[in-house]
Design a protein around this ligand. Structure first.
Ligand code: GUN
Ligand code: ZN
Length: 442
């Protein structure tokens, strides 16, 4: 089946921090042609329209971009987002663990999974790497919900065998067996993939981390998803718990947990040695700005990980993060770099939320831009969704029409969206060419 959508269209072909202007394509009046859920072609309307003999869905004044990729989020924490008064370790004890205990109940978990998927799609997020809870059923219900909607999702059951309430603990063997069952049931089914998910070093014994390493060996292609060097007290605690390790990352390294499909959330407090090892092993950092600000964890050194050429993605980290919106996430990422006296280029930020995120999750063969053959996950943005955005963008949008002003105008547009936009600008979200969300109902 062929489908065609006409609007402004923007996407990245590569990393704009390396290739500048040749890293992206923009069509002021563009057409996105989709065949059987995959991209067939993207181009200027004046070239493509004459060849088309199918109805074209026209979104005048709207901007189509690839669906957003959230490289770190916790679905069970949706109901405790915005919990007052704590930094990481007491926040886990006071808010997170009591909430996650409820996910032993399948019906309850299924309700949250459904609301969670609604919220992702409302915000234009089409792929995410997601924490469940320690309960295997928490992952079953999320995968079922993602599968029903046709979303590309990676998720896993938490492994946690110490330093948490008894009802949230597994054992190295039970965690291993439960993860194995989930991998065999879900990994590679439709658009779903599994991530082995030790919560973080303090809540796993060495024995459990080793079992996680066994799973990665036995099932090449599954992901590793955990937290790393988020908070100063946490880093200190890891030092005490693992005195033989050279640094925090080394705890995971010793268990064989580093690699191309290993995603470490945060990395706010990394030394050069850790950055070098992340690069050597092609491991990934998920930068989670709204969470780092909310929990007072610190200011992420983006320059340093870039200098070390470590792969980076953006994560919302809900419920420590304060928004599902990748726009809000990009906006806070900019402010964090401001506080470090660095600049985050709006093109690069949008790259991280799309193709860069796809690369971070090793999914750029499938998603991230509008290259021929990729899965057609895209969003339709109404940039003037609020009175303030409308006012701010009034003159800017005209400048997009002038070729010589286009790059500057696009940078301004993206920056305004990153500073002011949220779910209200997302008019529709498409998964493999099918509308999965439309603002105000279908
Ligand atoms: N470190 C260990 N668990 C968590 C969690 O649930 N959220 C965040 N932000 N950091 C963690
Ligand atoms: Zn997290």
């Amino acid at each position: 089946m062929l489908q065609a959508y006409r609007a402004r269209i923007f996407h990245f072909l590569d990393d704009p921090s390396v290739l500048g202007k040749s890293a992206w394509q923009y069509f002021e009046d563009g057409v996105l042609l989709i065949e059987d859920g995959r991209i067939r072609e993207v181009g200027a309307a004046k070239e493509l329209m004459p060849q088309l003999n199918i109805p074209v869905q026209h979104f005048p004044d709207r901007l189509i971009v690839p669906g957003f990729v959230d490289t770190h989020i916790h679905y069970p924490q949706m109901e405790m987002i915005a919990a007052y008064g704590d930094q990481l370790l007491s926040w886990l004890q006071n808010h997170t663990f009591p909430t996650e205990a409820k996910f032993a109940d399948e019906e309850y978990a299924a309700g949250v999974a459904s609301s969670f998927m609604d919220e992702l799609l409302r915000n234009g997020t089409t792929t995410a790497l997601v924490f469940g809870t320690v309960h295997p059923v928490s992952v079953d219900v999320l995968f079922r919900e993602a599968q029903r909607r046709g979303a590309r999702m990676i998720a896993g059951k938490v492994l946690m065998d110490r330093h948490a309430p008894a009802e949230l603990l597994d054992t190295p063997q039970q965690g291993y067996v439960d993860s194995r069952k989930l991998i065999e049931k879900w990994h590679g089914v439709d658009r779903l993939q599994y991530a082995v998910t030790p919560r973080f070093a303090p809540t796993s014994t060495d024995a459990q981390l080793q079992r996680a390493g066994d799973l990665l060996q036995e099932y090449p292609g599954v992901y590793l998803h955990t937290h790393l060097a988020e908070n100063a007290d946490e880093v200190e605690w890891v030092k005490q718990l693992f005195p033989a390790a050279q640094n925090y990352l080394d705890v995971y390294d010793q268990a064989g947990l580093l690699g191309r499909r290993s995603v470490f959330a945060h990395g706010v407090h990394l030394c050069d040695q850790e950055c070098m090892r992340l690069k050597q092993t092609d491991s990934v950092i998920a930068h989670c700005p709204t969470s780092n600000l909310f929990l007072g964890s610190g200011l992420f050194n983006l320059e340093k990980v870039q200098q070390h050429q470590v792969r980076v993605g953006l994560g919302t980290d809900v419920g420590a993060g304060t928004s599902f919106s990748l726009f809000r996430t990009m906006g806070e990422a900019y402010k964090i770099q401001q506080l470090r006296n660095c600049k985050l280029d709006p093109f690069y930020a949008l790259y991280l939320a799309t193709l860069g995120g796809a690369k971070a999750l090793d999914l750029d063969r499938h998603i991230g831009n509008f290259s021929r053959g990729k899965e057609a996950d895209f969003i339709v943005l109404g940039a003037q969704a609020t009175p303030l955005l409308d006012f701010r963008l009034r003159h800017l949008l005209d400048r997009l029409k002038l070729a010589e002003q286009q790059e500057v105008a696009l940078r301004d547009l993206f920056f305004v969206l990153q500073t002011l936009a949220d779910d209200r600008v997302v008019e529709a979200t498409y998964l493999m060419g099918k509308c999965a969300y439309r603002r105000g109902g279908v």
